[in-house]
Design a protein around this ligand. Structure first.
Ligand code: ADP
Ligand code: MG
Length: 614
């Protein structure tokens, strides 16, 4: 048999490798901006067209490249950052694999202009699908200017896989946010289709955070500062009472590199336990500085996951640091912090098996939410709507038909009286009870029906919203006092992109410059007292929604909105509200499933009761 193994041609190998490094336009932005930082740039400009599909341009004032280096840079495994395998353990640069430029050049058209400071002329290189088309001397500025055009032109599968422009732009904004937060001293701008999203000048960490997330975050930031021989931790955590409904202001950085670290995230969430309003997320911006030999950034091609040698020691130091900061903010007189503001952390040399978290005295009874005002109003009116004329308003009644009287014996909690036997359907309803502030239990002829209160309410709201959309009967309830709010750039872009759809649902929201918005009206069917919170939760739900957003934008928004505004678990319902909820649920077209397809109700058959009580 003939030999069949062949070496892949370079351009094929590069294309395959590219798939790992470059998944979307944002990956290109990340790699090129990191290269600019490695080149010592203090100013980086990023210009994007059509969310990166047509153009990604990165201009830096870094060291530039010689003509040979400019050519070499596009070879695979070509890097100026490490020379020997051992260098990896001391790496402080962002890149070192020498893969990024080779990958980008394999799947796009690249124009590079670069010049070193001491040179008269720079170098121009035009490369497309790994083929060099032009290399010649050129007059250009000091530093490097990359233009990436027609990304994935030769990988149609990838191109097709890209999401909508707002979604891809959001990825780009996220990358820029991470890089800008980890390098506050560097000036960075981001323009999309000619308009500025960020124009950040070099500053300190706090001001960089404020310039990205808006002025209102400033008084919310509690500083962290802990230095030990293992790690230095600095940055900020957010005050619990300002925790947001959206997840998106949580950042870890290691040696100026953004990282994801679910384990450390958990460490922080533990510190916030019981002092956060339900379903909200605290902000944090935490910077670790650590000897590069004690971490491994090599485990992931895009390098957002990082392995720590002393993970459990750092966990304890991190918790101590966060607890101290929270305790300080708490300003309890019993806490005796010394002025230096640092935690006493015992630091054994190199052996961390026995590290203990330092003792920090916290006021255990402290509760920043002592007198919370209910976030949403769940007065009976919350459930009211013109339900009576719905065609199947009596759906539920069939469930109760033929109800054997003696099975109706689940007494309402306050009832001490012997159970009455002759019961009408309406009275059956009255015997629905709330269980664990999460379920509604109601007797039906074949057993006991359990209803998930939140899902039920989601279904009710969803069907009303869909009705609004289908019949084009937008009813917006004007706000007496229009509220303004500010979002971070990526949420602002997202919200702007769905404003027309929100309008069709009854929201009257306007953007008034930068990332600020004003709510003038909300959908009549929602009857909410805190529209800003609903918008925040909506964005969160929407971001996490797996549905193809482009095709089903309005349905997705209606689902997200229903989820965001439904009564949460843990909310006690009055008897009247329970009855209304059941009534409205069975007036729905699809009372059995939540808009996301989860079961709303289930019946525990009578036989089961008999079995368990045998
Ligand atoms: P890596 O960053 O892992 O070294 P890249 O493929 O990203 O690999 O870049 C290859 C090399 O090209 C870098 O090591 C660097 O020497 C050079 N280079 C890339 N971008 C720039 C830039 N903006 N300014 C100066 N040199 C650069
Ligand atoms: Mg690189």
């Amino acid at each position: 048999m003939a030999d069949i193994i062949q070496l892949l041609p370079d351009f094929v190998a590069n294309q395959i490798a590219a798939g790992e490094v470059i998944q979307r336009p944002a990956s290109v932005v990340k790699e090129l901006v990191e290269n600019a930082i490695d080149a010592g740039a203090t100013q980086i400009k990023v210009n994007i067209k059509d969310a990166g599909r047509t153009l990604i341009q990165i201009i830096d004032n870094g060291c530039g490249m010689s003509d040979t280096d400019a050519r070499m840079a596009f070879e695979r495994h070509a890097t100026s950052k490490i020379r020997t395998a051992n260098d990896i353990f001391a790496i402080r640069t962002m890149g070192f694999r020498g893969e990024a430029l080779a990958s980008v050049a394999a799947i796009a058209e690249v124009e590079l202009r670069t010049k070193e400071y001491d040179q008269e002329l720079g170098t121009f290189i035009h490369i497309s699908g790994s083929k060099i088309l032009v290399q010649e001397p050129v007059r250009c500025d000091n530093g490097t200017n990359f233009q990436i055009k027609n990304l994935f032109f030769n990988v149609p599968a990838r191109r097709k896989f890209l999401k909508s422009n707002p979604a891809e732009l959001k990825h780009i904004i996220n990358e820029i946010q991470r890089i800008a937060l980890s390098n506050p001293d560097i000036s960075i701008s981001l323009h999309h289709n000619g308009s500025a999203i960020y124009e950040l000048s070099g500053t300190n960490k706090r001001l960089r955070i404020v310039s990205i997330f808006g002025k209102s975050i400033n008084q919310n930031l509690i500083p962290l500062d802990t230095e030990t021989s293992v790690v230095k931790i600095s940055g900020f955590i957010g005050q619990p009472k300002h925790a947001k409904k959206t997840f998106g202001e949580q950042f870890f950085f290691v040696n100026k590199r953004y990282m994801k670290h679910p384990f450390f995230h958990k460490a922080i969430m533990q510190c916030y336990e019981k002092i956060l309003p339900p379903a909200s997320f605290p902000s944090y911006f935490i910077y670790f500085e650590i000897d590069p030999a004690d971490i491994d950034v090599n485990i992931h091609p895009t390098k957002t996951e990082i392995k720590f040698e002393n993970e459990s020691a750092i966990w304890q130091i991190l918790q101590a640091s966060v607890r101290e900061a929270l305790g300080k903010f708490n300003v309890v007189p019993s806490i005796d912090f010394d002025q230096s503001g640092s935690v006493e952390i015992p630091m054994p040399q190199r052996d961390f098996g026995s590290v203990h978290a330092p003792e920090i005295k916290l006021n255990p009874s402290y509760n920043p939410f002592e007198t919370p005002t209910p976030a949403r109003s769940f007065s009976g009116s919350h459930f009211t709507a013109k339900q009576t004329e719905r065609p199947n308003a009596s759906n539920w009644q069939s469930l109760y038909k033929g109800l054997e009287p003696n099975y109706d014996e689940i007494p309402a909690p306050q009832e001490k009286e012997p159970v009455q036997f002759r019961m009408e359907e309406q009275q059956t309803l009255k015997h629905s009870v709330q269980f664990k502030n999460k379920y509604i239990l109601t007797p039906v002829k074949s057993g006991l029906m359990v209803i998930d209160q939140k899902r039920a309410h989601e279904r009710i709201i969803y069907e009303r919203l869909i009705q609004v959309l289908e019949n084009n009967e937008v009813a917006s309830q004007q706000q007496l006092f229009p509220e303004t709010f500010e979002l971070n750039a990526s949420d602002a872009t997202l919200l702007t992109s769905i404003l027309p759809d929100l309008k069709a649902l009854g929201f009257d929201i306007r953007n008034f410059g930068e990332n600020s918005f004003i709510i003038n009206g909300t959908p009549g069917v929602l009857n909410t007292s805190s529209p800003i919170e609903i918008i925040e939760s909506l964005l969160e739900e929407y971001k996490n929604s797996s549905v193809n957003i482009q095709e089903k934008a309005r349905e997705t928004i209606a689902i997200s909105l229903a989820q965001a505004s439904a009564i949460p678990y843990g909310h006690t319902l009055k008897q009247g509200e329970i009855n209304e909820l059941i009534d409205n649920l069975f007036a729905c077209q699809t009372p059995n499933f939540s808009p996301k397809g989860k079961k709303i109700l289930s019946i525990m058959p009578l036989e089961d009761f008999e079995k368990i009580l045998k």
